[in-house]
Ligand binder design. Sequence first.
Ligand code: NDP
Length: 249
Amino acid sequence: MTDTWVIVGASRGIGLEFVRQLLQNGHHVIAGVRNVSKADRLLELKSHCTTPERCIIEECDITNEESIQKFANRVGDAAKEGLKVKNIVLNAGILQYPNRATELSFPEFALHLHTNTIGPIICAQKLVNLDPESPPSKIVFISSDSGSTTLFRDDEDGFGAYGASKAALNQMLRHMAAELTRRGGKWSDTCVLAMHPGEVQTDMANIDLGWEVKGSIQPDESVTGMLKVIEEKDETGSFWCWDGRLQYD
Ligand code: NDP
């Protein structure tokens, strides 16, 4: 069956791999990127599509509310043209390493919160409210085990603002899950999930941490695992690892 997915933060890394696998599996994708003209690898994927609506690419700067609103409007227009959105993946994220609590500046902290917490939540809010008659099936936030309070490791140096921004994301998405359930009706069928993609070899992970990262994986393995989890899990507000293990928070 062909579904329409929205992937936000699709220019490279895990987001780009989501688009690649979804297109390969026969789905339609509406991809949100910060700068369309710089999304070379995504534009290359689109160039192989047989019809333009298989892969729609639109600007969505997750730190800019006007850009998010325009993107949501475009998704709404696509739905009216027949591309009703089934699943939404909020993947865009930033890690400016290191971001220690004892050192970071106000703007550095704010950038992590804007990109990793506020933008994804506001974007999901605008998308979920587009059509009360047909809310999405799944809203998936790409979080991180760095945002888990129970998995906190005091030797994981340099991840203060990043971890805090993902912890706040986890809390807000649970509120979103509970609020949609309380709305009742069709809204209560929408399932909100948080996912840890694993330690994935992307640009974000290409930093000298000063310690060995064990068990890191490629984007294709991470995304194949996450797509399976997204298909199978339906407990709204829950937090999963890419390989199907429940992440306690
Ligand atoms: P990359 O750095 O490779 O990619 C980040 C993506 O986010 C890019 O497409 C980037 O777009 C986009 N992005 C950043 N800022 C914005 C913005 N303001 N507006 C729109 N898009 C933006 O990282 P990954 O692919 O590794 O990370 C994807 C997600 O997975 C992130 O949320 C990250 O926190 C999470 N994660 C990753 C882990 C890993 O090991 N890689 C581990 C745990 C979580 P642009 O090209 O314009 O910069």
